[in-house]
Design a protein around this ligand. Structure first.
Ligand code: WTA
Length: 673
């Protein structure tokens, strides 16, 4: 890595920002980065010293094997130490730092009338009560608890309650279908499901309990129901009289299994001794799409995740105690786990917890909230920025955004146009943009600028975070120096990296460590420029990134082929102005079936039901046949070109029947379905 001297247009941190920054310049970054690699033990020990350890660490901070040829892959952080992450993110502040009255969250609901303020003391008390409820329902250390909740405070209460008693939370994004939920419950073998009666998303009322019940029914049918109790939160918006549009909402009820949250919490004590866990005990499972189509249960453990999310939050958002921080993600994804719950709370931060969507009830909703709470640090996804860009500057001009100091993005590469708009219009040219590259698997940011230290190049995630050693490999696994493009891999672990895939260590080793022994393989392509800046070029496996959500082509294909009329399906990505990428599906129908508008609608509905609305295809085209090699492998490379209407097809010599291509071009979809 070199100190940048590029002629590219760069954006330098302001003096004002550097004045009180934790890492106030590029040289401080380099010095700390060097320390993190040369003396990792001392580096991570200093971080650990901030926290409470029931049994202090005696052994090494990090132990690992990243080389499959030398034995099992493992990573351990602070083995032998005992702690509790919930204690560290709540009790420590309330008891030791007197932060009880500090606001932990400003909750903003789907509609602006819905809001509430939760202090650290209140949060601790609710978490303890929920922990006692879970215990009463029979949850013990090591048990899994599936959580299928919208972005309401109860989601945070439940996840931290699990952490407090040593139960392993498995949060399933509340936009997922009953099928996806059931699959995740069965894989985790959870004993409890926590859900809500319903939720408004924009104008739409969704009967969450009904979806949860359908999922449980699916588990039962597969004789695989581990769930003994379903704890049901009454959504705050459905408690009020006006919300009693909830008369429309029939909450199905099974008195054997279902328990109302309010009733269970009513007389639950608000003190609960934390369970003192081993540093390497599991903290949570979070499912992420796998290229085989079956979701992978990424498992994170207690101590390493605490150190890493806490440190990345502090440095990447240059956190100070008077900040108001807002991450717009949903806690159903890793960004919410690490940067709405654990990282910010570990730092005693004040955050906004937002349930709604950016365009309801009006397209200035984000800006209204920034003004209302005087948000200083704002973290969102490129897809949201592109969506809001469409409405121009006017919606922003109504609000005072002068409180903003740092902006962040996550989830996918940010295109320069969106970067410029974010910088100029939202940040008024004043705020650096931290483009944070990371994954469910990495637990926290791994490539990222530091706001007062790193000169920015729009579209680049810039440099590695402390303790992280990226490298770029070519197809043969050779390391590439200097300017290069290839596979992004990491040479060694940092404390926050996942430890395994739940109940499938072999799949974990095969997926991430087999291709290039000695390295963790991200699955992303990457370019390093002459100044040493890293630029993510996108997935190089069969994964798609739609609006920042990863999904596998295999999982969408599996859903499409469940339709009775479908013989075969192949799915590729196509660039999309707002979503980044969208799904373009090629569908071959069985003989004598006719491809028409109804088929397209049925297929879209099927994918929505099987996976969830995020996976709704934008294009579904009739494919009388698919381009295949002589050995029968679908040539996706060609399908991607057809989806993009790119006639420059390259070498077609391996194609079994070249005529197929012409036919497919003639059936291309011009407009979205
Ligand atoms: C992509 C989300 C470019 C990448 C935290 C990665 C990004 C996948 C960026 C992980 C970024 C995430 N620039 N690409 N700043 N951030 N990605 O597991 O392809 O939902 O592998 O974690 O998103 O998605 P996941």
């Amino acid at each position: 890595m070199v100190v940048p001297d590029s002629k590219d247009k760069m954006y330098y941190p302001s003096d004002d920002l550097q004045k009180d920054a934790h890492v106030p310049g590029f040289n401080s970054y380099l010095a700390l980065y060097r320390k993190s690699l040369e003396t990792p033990e001392a580096f991570w020990k200093d971080v650990a010293d901030e926290f409470f350890w029931k049994t202090p660490p005696v052994g090494p901070m990090l132990q690992y094997n990243f080389d499959v040829t030398k034995g099992n892959i493992y990573v351990k952080c602070m083995e032998g130490a005992k702690t509790n992450i919930c204690y560290n993110v709540l009790d420590r502040h309330v008891r030791e730092s007197n932060l009880g009255q500090k606001v932990a969250y400003y909750w903003e609901g789907n509609s602006p009338e819905q809001h509430m303020t939760i202090t650290y003391s209140q949060l601790l008390s609710q978490v303890c009560r929920c922990a006692n409820v879970l215990k009463r329902l029979g949850v013990k250390k090591g048990d899994r608890v599936s959580i299928y909740l919208p972005m309401i405070p109860e989601l945070v209460f439940t996840m931290l309650a699990c952490a407090r008693i040593g139960a392993v939370h498995s949060i399933v994004f509340a936009g997922f279908s009953s099928e996806s939920l059931s699959e995740r419950i069965m894989d985790a073998q959870s004993s409890i499901l926590v859900t809500a009666d319903g939720v408004y998303r924009g104008e739409k009322l969704i009967n969450l309990k009904q979806i949860a019940d359908e999922a449980l029914e699916k588990c039962r049918k597969k004789a695989s129901s581990s769930i003994t109790k379903c704890l049901v939160v009454k959504h705050p918006a459905l408690r009020t009289k006006s919300g009693a549009a909830c008369n429309k909402l029939q909450t199905p009820w099974d008195s054997e299994c279902d328990v109302w949250w309010d009733e269970a919490m009513r007389d639950s004590p608000d003190e609960c001794e934390p369970e003192w866990l081993d540093a390497e005990d599991p903290l949570f499972i979070l499912y992420t799409s796998g290229s085989t189509g079956k979701p992978k249960g990424v498992l994170h453990t207690v101590a390493g995740y605490l150190l890493y999310t806490s440190l990345t939050f502090k440095y990447v958002f240059d956190h100070h105690h008077d900040d108001v921080y807002w991450c717009t993600a949903d806690i159903g994804w890793i960004t919410g786990h690490s940067y709405i719950t654990y990282g910010p709370l570990a730092n005693g931060a004040t955050g906004v917890l937002f349930e709604g969507i950016p365009v309801h009830p009006h397209v200035g909703r984000f800006w209204e909230i920034i003004e209302k709470y005087k948000v200083t640090k704002f973290y969102t996804a490129p897809t949201a920025i592109r969506l809001l860009m469409k409405y121009g500057q006017e919606p922003l001009q109504k609000y005072d955004l002068s409180s903003l100091r740092i902006l962040g993005t996550v989830g996918e590469p940010i295109n320069p146009e969106a970067w410029q708009w974010y910088h100029k219009v939202v940040g008024q040219g004043r705020c650096p943009i931290v483009d944070t590259f990371w994954q469910t698997e990495t637990g926290g940011h791994v490539l990222t600028p530091l706001p007062a230290a790193t000169p920015l190049k729009p579209g680049s995630a810039t440099f590695p975070f402390f303790g992280v050693e990226p490298t770029i490999l070519n197809e043969h696994g050779e390391e590439l120096e200097g300017e290069a493009e290839g596979y992004l891999v990491f040479r060694k672990p940092w404390p926050g990296i996942m430890r395994t895939l739940y109940r499938n260590h072999e799949h974990f080793e095969n997926t991430y460590f087999k291709k290039f022994p000695g390295f963790y393989v991200t699955g992303d392509g990457c370019r390093r420029d002459k100044d040493g800046y890293y630029w993510i070029t996108g997935r190089i496996d069969d994964m798609l990134n739609v609006s920042g959500h990863l999904m596998s082509t295999a999982e969408v294909e599996a859903a499409l082929t469940e339709h009775l009329a479908v013989a075969e399906a192949a799915v590729v990505s196509r660039p999309h102005k707002v979503k980044g990428e969208c799904l373009y599906c090629f569908v071959t129908l069985k003989d004598s079936r006719e491809f028409n508008h109804t088929t397209v609608e049925e297929l879209k509905r099927l994918v929505r039901e099987k996976i969830g609305p995020v996976a709704t295809p934008d294009f579904i085209q009739n494919a009388p046949a698919l381009p295949k090699t002589r050995s029968g492998k679908i040539m996706r490379r060609i399908l991607r070109k057809i989806a993009r209407n790119d006639k420059d097809l390259g070498d077609l010599s391996t194609l079994a029947d070249p005529k197929v291509v012409e036919v497919l071009f003639s059936h291309r979809c011009e407009a979205a379905a």
